[in-house]
Write a protein that binds this ligand. Sequence first.
Ligand SMILES: Nc1nc2c(c(=O)[nH]1)N[C@H]1C(S)=C(S)[C@@H](COP(=O)(O)OP(=O)(O)OC[C@H]3O[C@@H](n4cnc5c(N)ncnc54)[C@H](O)[C@@H]3O)O[C@H]1N2
Ligand code: MOO
Ligand SMILES: [Mg+2]
Length: 415
Amino acid sequence: MLPVNEAEAIILNEAQPMGVSDTEIVDLWEAVGRVVAVPVTSRLDFPHWDNSAMDGYAVRYADVSQCSAENPTILDIIEEIPAGYAPQMAIAPRQAARILTGSMMPSGADTVVMQENTRTEGSQVYILTAPSQLGAFVRRQGEYYQAGAPLLDRGTLLSAPEIAVLAAAQCVQVSVFSKVRVAIISTGSELVSPDRPLQPGQIVDSNQYALAALIEQAGGVPLMLGIVPDNPQAIREAIAEATQIADIILSSGGVSVGDYDYVDSVLADLGAKVHFHQVAIKPGKPLTFATFSQSMQPEGRSVLYFGLPGNPVSALVTAWRFVVPALKKRSGLAAGWQPKWAIARSRQPLKSDGRRETYLWGQLIPTPQESEFELATGSHSSGNLINLARTNALAVLPVGETQVKLGERVKVLYF
Ligand SMILES: Nc1nc2c(c(=O)[nH]1)N[C@H]1C(S)=C(S)[C@@H](COP(=O)(O)OP(=O)(O)OC[C@H]3O[C@@H](n4cnc5c(N)ncnc54)[C@H](O)[C@@H]3O)O[C@H]1N2
Ligand code: MOO
Ligand SMILES: [Mg+2]
């Protein structure tokens, strides 16, 4: 059985990122969740022009640098500049313009005095406090960003803040990597889809839906290929079809040592390179990982194949631990594709047989002091899907560690 970290290294080494041939142009309002493929720059400076940070008066620093309440400077107000209005007049010595927050600075002025430090009489303003410095309360053109500089790098995930930056830069279209297509196959003659009546001996193919949901949430496109009975020819056809339409293939079931576990022999038959058959992980031991070197995959990338165990918890735990990071790395993300780890104090004692790296499901609960881990109640059998609900984290007991006492710290994979 391969140690978990070695299995992870093999998988991530094969998960080559999308390349420049896998890009598409999307409209800004459809870009959330996508990954930037070509670095974005803007032809605009930010701010676009000098503007005022305060409601007050645009003045020449030289006129007001020595003033005080006892010795105010009196300036003629020659123009009012509300937001959105382009100033028409230049400020000459002994002149000022009324200016509002965000408004364009008039030429000739170089400083803003807050209105709290002034009083007006008719068309004159009395400056009662000298500004702290030349340029006070002026947001200078290009202070935040100069046109042409890198704005968003390749591999950036587009979430709300990045979409805001693109909108402000008038980038109404953006070049992103194509989404990773993930084929999902459920093997098992005992399986039926959720909308069918259950006959004796049958169970619902819940893995198909669990994995499709996980792939969607991770930014991939799930291709739900449905149920394939435990028949080598049927499994072979399903996998062969999947290699033509997907970047990653997930099957669940049929990878253990049973008489009807055909996946491994079919993979070998289809010319896949099987990297490993078993991992020292609990649940998830019979995880199979293979690659198909496909001519139709640009830049020589291979199609990744994960033969997940059939047990619903095993399928999800191995998908959280191995498939999601590989999918995110494949998606072109420059960062943030690695598994997310935390240290939390366990609210319950945790047990393991110590033979495999053991993943116990439950909830990571942030608290003002230190995060805590709440173990899911009920059976931790890998067939028990029910107490998997509300799981957002897995406590990890490494090989050789058989217990974590109540209140002790434990390493947690969270998602
Ligand atoms: N003698 C041994 N038996 C088993 C071993 C072993 O080492 N020696 N490994 C056990 C472990 S660990 C696991 S995990 C399972 C994995 O077996 P398979 O990957 O071959 O999965 P199946 O046998 O096809 O199914 C296992 C279990 O999960 C249910 N299942 C299957 N597909 C789905 C699905 N799409 N949705 C929901 N549930 C599914 C299936 O009905 C079985 O109950 O092998 C152990 N055995
Ligand atoms: O690996 Mo299995 O998932 O322990 O039951
Ligand atoms: Mg089996």
